[in-house]
Design a protein around this ligand. Structure first.
Ligand code: GUN
Ligand code: FE
Length: 458
């Protein structure tokens, strides 16, 4: 919660729709003590920001400098917190061997709470520093370590969905659920822990997490479907990421009509389900996902790194399916949603080289996926993803380079070069293509300052 009212002054940008980025160069956004946006002025005449605002005389003024702007915090709809030490380490592997060689041994080591503490503290701090104000995490099967991740998110102030991973078959002996009953029991324990630290799930929400169909017996999927129905807690899993995985699901679930039907048959394909990847879905599966209003997390960096494939995002959007972005660390190598947005642009261009120009995603579209789209994926579209009255102040201040380009500024603004003739939409495009965490100088969640670079001065 914010300590006092604040007025954020200067340029702000946010996505109005999938196609429209609104940029207000002389804006003022008032945020109350609860961290909720109380007013949005699109054109302030008086740069003190206090004009016509009785009751806001004592508010803290946070002004963006000339080459800075406020942007909504990013939403990472799919990240494996436990895999963070492996970011960048995947060699030439593909999904199923990558899991066995790199991933299960690392995740299996989270019996050590001191190791979990070290890694989880780092991944939460690191994602915050990249402007990720909301993250949907896969943890591991371990209850104490998963609960610790929830505690760390709460303490550092990151909005988070925290999932205890379920896997009761086709998993190594050292890292698996004993049986479907223990998988459900341990998931329930993690839900109850979150309830004990955040009873209304205001910042932290538990998420039921069957790893993916090959790792789960039908009985465990059914048990988790029942838990979903009973508790109303959201769900997440992987779907149709890699061709060998799709073939394996067909073999393991011979009676199911499709991979998507495996989840649907077990009561897991609902509007509160986040499906990561969705590369090889059939026509019928996409239609079913639309009917159920299940959500998709697009993970382009991971899909390229593990040579999984290229998801057809334009088609999903045209069907009205809700899509957000996921870093999928460590299938994906970067904890940055800005990088993921960039990868979404590039992968869509590769798809366009095969399917035609219509597949290309625009700057506006990928920034929408990174914010509003992600908010819809996690069911918080009324709360986060944009700057509207009544929404929470989940935001980042982005600072670009100085026009002089002398490199002598007091702040390292990285690769973004401004030459003085750019309009604001060009500045945003430069940020998307050449920016990184050096440009994210301050980050707020619910009005609380949760990250700032050392040289940031409000
Ligand atoms: N499918 C099952 N588990 C995983 C995982 O950890 N990462 C990715 N990318 N795909 C998966
Ligand atoms: Fe994943």
């Amino acid at each position: 919660m914010a300590a006092r009212k604040a007025i954020y002054l200067g340029t702000f940008a946010h996505c109005k729709t999938l196609q429209e980025l609104e940029i207000c160069p002389n804006g003022a956004i008032g945020v109350d003590e609860m961290g909720v946006i109380a007013f949005v002025d699109r054109h302030v005449k008086d740069t003190s920001g206090l004009e016509f605002r009785p009751g806001w005389e004592d508010a803290e003024i946070v002004a963006a400098s000339e080459s800075s702007f406020f942007f909504p915090g990013f939403i990472d709809t799919h990240i494996h917190a436990s895999q963070y030490p492996n970011a960048g380490i995947f060699g030439n592997s593909t999904l199923l061997d990558w899991l066995n060689i790199y991933t299960f041994p690392l995740e299996g080591s989270f019996t050590s709470l001191s190791k979990a503490s070290r890694i989880y503290n780092r991944v939460v701090s690191r994602t915050l520093s990249h402007g990720t104000t909301t993250a949907t995490y896969h943890a591991t099967i371990h209850v104490p370590a998963t609960n610790l991740l929830a505690d760390i998110c709460k303490q550092k102030g990151q909005r988070a969905f925290v999932g205890r991973v379920c896997m009761d078959r086709m998993s190594p002996d050292y890292y698996r659920d004993e049986n479907p009953e223990t998988a459900v029991r341990d998931s329930r324990a993690c839900i109850e822990h979150v309830r004990s630290i955040d009873p209304k799930f205001e910042l932290i929400t538990p998420v039921i997490t069957p790893r993916f169909a090959p790792s789960c017996s039908e009985a465990s999927l059914r048990g988790l479907g029942e838990l979903h129905e009973e508790t109303g807690v959201p769900c997440q899993t992987h779907i149709s990421e890699n061709k060998s995985e799709v073939a394996l699901v067909k073999e393991l679930f011979p009676k199911a009509k499709s991979y998507t039907h495996v989840y649907d048959d077990c009561g897991l394909l609902t509007s509160k389900m986040i499906l990561a990847h969705a590369v090889y879905l059939s026509e019928e599966e996409r239609a079913l996902i639309k009917t159920r209003d299940a959500k998709i997390s697009h993970c382009p960096a991971s899909n390229t790194a593990l040579t999984s494939g290229a998801a057809r995002i334009r088609d999903l959007l045209d069907r009205g399916i809700t899509v957000g972005l996921g870093t999928d660390v460590s299938g994906g190598y970067s904890p940055s949603i800005l990088e993921e947005a960039r990868q979404a642009m590039l992968v869509s261009r590769h798809v366009a080289m095969q399917d035609g120009d219509g597949a290309k995603l625009s700057t506006e579209e990928v920034l929408y996926l990174a914010t509003r789209g992600g908010a819809r994926v996690v069911g918080l579209e009324d709360k986060i993803g944009g700057f509207e009255v009544g929404m929470d102040w989940d935001a980042q201040m982005v600072r670009l380079g100085t026009v002089s380009g002398d490199g002598q500024g007091d702040l390292d603004t990285g690769l973004v070069e401004l030459f003085g003739g750019e309009d604001w939409s060009e500045c945003v495009a430069k940020w998307l293509y050449t920016g990184d965490d050096r440009n994210t100088v301050a980050v707020w969640v619910k009005g609380r300052l949760v990250h700032q670079v050392a040289t940031y001065r409000p």
